[in-house]
Structure formats: C-alpha cells, structure tokens
Design a binder for this molecule. Structure first.
Ligand code: ADP
Length: 408
C-alpha cells in the first residue's frame, strides 16, 4: 500500500511517499514559498514557489507557480507521476494520506481517521496553535479534495503526551483558566519521542511498557520527555512549543514577569512584537547574534564570546531538565538523544553528560565522537548504569506507520 505523508506549513508542504508496511521511501520533497504570487508579479518571474523533489539518487529543484496550497499539492502530485521526477504510474495507487497535525488539544489521544468531526477539533485547537493548526487544516482539506479516494489520517504532535498526569500538566494559575480556557501543558514532538522510545526499548531488549526513559529531541525546536513505563509523564514544551529548553530562535523558559515588564515599559510595542521576540529572535540566535545554526556557533565559539555563551546556555538547560527528569523517574533505563543536534553534535552531548557519573551516566568520549550522521548506538561506557543512546528520529516513517495501521 502506498502512503503519502504531508506536513503542511503556512507557506510550505513537506511530503514523503512510502511503500508500506516495508516503510520503503519512494520520494520526498519540500515545496516552499506557496502563495508568493504577488512577488512573482513584481519581479516578472513565471513562478515564485520552489519545489525540491528527491527520488532515489535524483534531486530536482523546480520553480513553479503555486498561488495556494491546492495548486502546490497539484504540482507535487504531478511530480510523482509524470516526467523524469515520476516514481509511480498512477495516483490511484496512493491509498492513504497521513497528515502531521500539531495540536489535538485534550480530545485527541491517538492517530485518527479524519472526518468532519476531527476537522472541527483541529479547527477548535487552532486557538492554542494559531501558527500551525490552520495550515495543517488547509493541507487536510486540500488532500481530501485532490485525493478523494484515500483514507486520510491525522497524527498529532500532542497525542503521545495525553498520559501526562494533572500535577504535571497544570500551571499554578487560577484553576478556572484551565477549566474555562484549556490553559495547560500539552507537550509537542510526541511522534518523535514515541518513535525513539520504541526504538530504545527494542535496543534495550525490553517491552516499551517496562521502560523508563528520558528522550531529548534537540533540533531547531527542542523538547525533552520523561517516560515512565512507556508513557509520557512530563515534557518540557507547554501549552505551545515555546516553553522549556532554549531553542534555535525560541527563548524557552523565562520568568513570566519579564513579559509584563517588557510591555509595561514599552520595550516591545505590542503583543505581536512580543510574540516575534520570543519565538523568532531569541534562543541561540538571540544570544549569539550569529543565527540559529548550532554548527555555525560551534565553529565560532573559540573566538566569539556570544557564540560560546549560547552553546553553554543550551547545554545548561538540557542538563537542568535531565536532572529533574532523573529525579521524577527514580529509575531510568536510558537517556536518548535525537534531532539534528542530538544525533550529530558530539560536543553538545559531551557538555550535557560529562561529570554525571554520580547519577549513573558514564560518557564514552570515543563512542560519542564517532556517533554522527544518522548512526544509532550507545555513547556511554559498557559499565554505565544508565546508557545514553543516539537514535535518529523518523517522524514521517512513524506517521506512515500509524496511517497504514488505520487504513489497512
Ligand atoms: P528541525 O527541528 O527544523 O527538524 P533539525 O532536527 O534538522 O531541525 O536540527 C537542526 C539543528 O541541528 C541545527 O541547529 C543544526 O545546526 C543542527 N545540526 C545538524 N547537523 C549538525 C552537526 N553535524 N553538528 C552540530 N549540529 C548539527
């Protein structure tokens, strides 16, 4: 069965086509700058959207006209079946579409087949995820229109965290704010945390339900999860993906009074500017002044004080949550690193793990240095009471698997 996985952003569509259940990837790609037709008129260019399509060893970059997501999805589907980019002969071979959806609120606890009621939940949750859920919904509506014969499945970033206990998900605000307005921690990156937890259990040779794990998804967005007996019991992101660790451009945790102070003094002009400050101008980029790419910061940290500070702050926060989650769990079977930084950045992993022998974690510097570029494995010594594992994440593969299970 062919399963098409879509992750729809406000001006982009990320996609992968899988042959299931083998999880064989036939094609993947990214269409960016959807809806920038206006600028195409100004610059007199034919198309302003850019499609990067990969299949096998091939890679194509095409400039296209995509005034909206519907036109964008049409281009992508055409690339799958025609010309040199083609990987299948007929779109009717695609039987199911899996959609990544960011927020499922409290109502949705697992992947679901999409119907009008599910669309309505995603729409209601847009209040909690105004940047992500509306484009996710556009993707769903477009795919339902363009591929009407397919089973459409939604896989939610929040779903894995539905097991958080109330003491972990409530903020210490007046309880009415939760009861009336659903203000609470939801947690994100659930598909990734669940995937690497499942893989870690497999590597440990134990059922997931018998494992206590701490999973660290460190990419542009960063979050950590404490997993007890296979279930998420606390996670660092909150009502939105802004809480918790320091990230590429997001601040993570701070004293909420800082926001009051900034607004009261007029140091940010309005709520929109505050939102931009916290989500786009902070984190590694805000501290370093050199951007949000960890590789760039590490290249400059010997000579650039701000770059060094950004890297050290990032590691400090991860250590802080690691210590907290070790205490929450009591017994921990493994710490897992994933995401662009978690999978590749041996320096960062060393800054996080060194000196933690008293907590049962003994880093093996050689194994750590050798574990990069999608190579899974342990980075602690064989005597380490708690192993630390690097496991490359595969959110799209996980979405394809959930979609296949529901569609077959
Ligand atoms: P996203 O959250 O957008 O999916 P990724 O998981 O791809 O992002 O992670 C992006 C981050 O990973 C960037 O900060 C990038 O610098 C970092 N990264 C990727 N490769 C390496 C590497 N070899 N060493 C250090 N950092 C890396």
């Amino acid at each position: 069965m062919l399963v098409f996985v879509i992750n729809c952003g406000s001006s982009s569509i990320k996609y992968q086509l899988f042959d299931m259940p083998a999880r064989r990837q036939l094609a993947r790609g990214l269409l960016e700058r959807i809806g920038e037709a206006g600028s195409a008129v100004l610059t007199h260019r034919a198309g302003s959207a850019v499609l990067t399509h990969r299949a096998g060893e091939g890679k194509w970059i095409l400039e296209l006209d995509a005034p909206d997501h519907r036109a964008g999805l049409d281009h992508i589907l055409r690339a799958l079946v025609s010309g040199e980019t083609a990987v299948i002969d007929d779109l009717s071979r695609i039987r199911a579409v899996g959609h990544r959806v960011v927020h499922g609120g409290e109502e949705i606890r697992e992947a679901v087949v999409i119907d009008d009621a599910v669309e309505a939940v995603i729409e209601r949750c847009a209040e909690l995820a105004p940047v992500h859920n509306p484009p996710n919904l556009v993707g769903i509506r477009t795919a339902r229109a363009v591929l009407p014969g397919c089973t459409q499945v939604a896989v939610f970033d929040t779903a894995f965290h539905h097991t958080l206990p109330k003491k972990a998900y409530l903020y210490a605000l007046p309880l009415e704010l939760y009861e009336r307005h659903h203000i609470r921690k939801y947690g994100f990156h659930g598909t990734s945390h669940e995937y690497v937890a499942t893989e870690a259990a497999r590597l440990l040779g134990k059922p997931l339900l018998a494992c206590n794990l701490i999973t660290c998804h460190l990419g542009n967005g960063c979050s950590m999860t404490a997993i007890e007996a296979g279930r998420s019991v606390d996670t660092s992101m909150g009502m939105t993906p802004l809480q918790g660790l320091m990230m590429g451009t997001r601040s993570g945790d701070l004293d909420p009074a800082v926001l009051v102070h900034l607004l009261r003094n007029g140091w940010v002009s309005d709520v929109a500017e505050l939102d931009r400050l916290l989500n786009r101008r902070s984190g590694l980029a805000g501290i370093s002044g050199l951007g949000n790419d960890m590789r760039t910061l590490e290249e400059h940290m010997e000579t650039n004080e701000r770059a060094r500070l950004a890297v050290e702050m990032f590691a400090h926060r991860v250590r802080f949550y690691l210590g907290g989650y070790l205490a929450l769990l009591g017994r921990c079977d493994a710490v897992v690193f994933t995401g662009g930084i978690g999978e590749n950045d041996s320096l960062l992993r060393r800054l996080v793990l060194e000196g933690l022998e008293p907590l049962g974690l003994s880093l093996d510097p050689e194994k750590n240095a050798a574990t990069v570029r999608g190579k899974p494995g342990a980075i602690t010594t064989s005597a380490s009471r708690v192993p630390a594992l690097v496991i490359p994440t595969d959110e799209e593969g996980m979405i394809a698997a959930s979609t296949y299970e529901l569609a077959k």
